[in-house]
Design a protein around this ligand. Structure first.
Ligand SMILES: C[S@@+](CC[C@H](N)C(=O)[O-])C[C@H]1O[C@@H](n2cnc3c(N)ncnc32)[C@H](O)[C@@H]1O
Length: 186
């Protein structure tokens, strides 16, 4: 992801490799995961937070007084292969297995964007990249691997149109970079 600002905020920590890789490049690195074990993968100086991503975003942004680069990658864990019930199976330890089964908990992207939109009204100039474009617009993505659970993205109402509509009047412009949709806010 292109670096635009000096603060990095990720949703979806997983093994923390991505967030740890941003140390040095950014002056401040935050990552959020619903699964506490994943937050424990980080260590200092990464600021690892545990909880439902839109709620935690709202809390941490109170103290962020410069524009940030957001990398939005929190979604239910899925194992490719079993589409029998419409969704692929959840990986052990995932948000699904933990009983977090409301759509906002499984796929928190649109609620995250609401929080970032409101934050951008106070602190403008944020940059937002959303991973897994192939899961909602396979043709636009240059990533040719198949998405393991397109139905989940579809049922969560995720599309380029809904993303841009959610960010609303805070959008300056957007473009596609590999398997990501990146949006520059005003
Ligand atoms: C695809 S992984 C993140 C990968 C990581 N960003 C990377 O680049 O390596 C998705 C992560 O999102 C987390 N997650 C799922 N639902 C969440 C939610 N509602 N809030 C916060 N994290 C969530 C999962 O526990 C999982 O670790």
């Amino acid at each position: 992801m292109k670096k635009v600002n000096s603060i990095f905020v990720e949703t979806g920590t997983h093994n923390c490799k991505n967030a740890r890789g941003k140390v040095g490049e950014y002056t401040e690195v935050h990552t959020i995961d619903i699964n506490k074990k994943r937050s424990e993968n980080c260590g200092t100086p990464v600021n690892a937070h545990t909880g439902q991503s839109p709620d935690v975003l709202k809390q941490i942004l109170v103290d962020v007084n410069k524009p940030a680069d957001f990398y939005l990658d929190a979604h239910a864990d899925i194992i490719p292969g079993n589409q029998a019930d419409g969704y692929d199976r959840a990986a052990p330890g995932s948000s699904v297995i933990q009983g977090k089964t409301s759509m906002d908990e499984l796929m928190p992207l649109l609620p995250e964007l609401h929080v970032i939109r409101e934050h951008n009204k106070q602190i403008p100039g944020n940059y937002v990249c959303i991973d897994d474009l192939r899961c909602w617009d396979a043709e636009a993505s240059s990533h040719k691997a198949k998405c393991p659970a397109t139905q989940l993205w579809h049922d969560a109402g995720i599309s380029t149109k809904s993303i841009i509509a959610t960010l609303g009047d805070q959008v300056n412009d957007y473009n596609i970079v590999g398997d990501r949709l990146c949006v520059r806010l005003v």
